[in-house]
Design a protein around this ligand. Sequence first.
Ligand code: PLP
Length: 395
Amino acid sequence: MNVYFDNAATTAMNQAALDAMIPALSETYANASSLHTAGQLSKEKLEQARADIAECLGAQPGEILFTSGGSEADNQAIISAAKWGAKRDKRHIVSTAFEHHAVLHTLQKLEKEGYEVTYLDVHEEGMVCPEEVEAAIRPDTCLVTVMYANNEIGSIQPIAEIGAVCKEKNVFFHTDAVQAVGHLAIDVKAQNIDMLSLSAHKFHGPKGVGCLYARRGVILSNIIEGGAQERGKRAGTENIPAIIGMAAALKDVLSRREENAAKVSAMRDRLIEGLAQIPHSKLNGHPTKRLPGNVNFCFEGVEGESLLLLLDMKGIEASSGSACTSGSLDPSHVLLAIGLPHEIAHGSLRLTLSEYNTMEEVEYVIRELPGIIEYLRNMSPVWESLEKGETKHVI
Ligand SMILES: *Cc1c(COP(=O)(O)O)cnc(C)c1O
């Protein structure tokens, strides 16, 4: 059996995206900036996709700026607010300890340039407190950036409440909603979101395309200079087939959003129930306020990488921490942020589901995993000393 449980890393394209993109790849090749008929047809398709995406978010078309994906949108949102702030002597930013690296590394770069960043605690269940956001805002705060839902542990943040605090305090609010868009209900106006990042490949669209929603009145700075595309705020010939595919994918997933959420969260809950039977295991993240498809467990005495290799041999494709940290030997910054000790933070397993998974696949993983864990523990010196009572169990 082949089981793809790595949908937080990326998703397969849905049929709607493929059906929209395949003809666009061969036919809609003209440059949207060209004045001839073919160019104007490309322009029309581009603007239709913009209007469709705006509608999905409760935004206006003019508030949608196409980018190369979630990372670029995060970079542009944060850099724009920082530059705006610098002109007004506001060089303080409020964020959290468990943001995606596209946000964290951008903030670290700004810190080197003299900005100050407050990283809010996300507590044991991976939740940000709106009261703590409020308390962290200072007269020199130019931006609050808090992710909508975490990519590793799936916890969903009280975005509307944080948005209300920022509005009240007159501070820009950006949210990295890459894991949320397509899966959760979003209305940027009702939730007081000033800027929002999304990425098509996390909701069954193509890779290498995303967008930044920036409310009217937010002054954006370019991070890519060149031509006058995207109202002069993002140079580069638009990837129209990918943009068309992104709009089609989003409309498609949202047309069944509640139905999908119910189906996927039922699979998630069954998987959590099954894996919780394994001794010395722990579910990471919030028990209920979590993405429909997210399961994240730690197994004491088990090292994440070896677990992934053995799962792969059984046809199960999963992840330890996030795709971006695997490949490095550092423990996950997200698991450290929720207070897990280093030795546990190394041994996490992330299983992320989509509407294309089945309950049979969930049952297969529940059947296979305990044996793999036992096999790894039997070989582990760490486990041996835990069993002998030389070291104490943490979970
Ligand atoms: C995947 C992801 C990103 C990066 O998006 P790309 O389109 O791959 O650049 C940013 N933030 C979060 C939360 C993500 O899950």
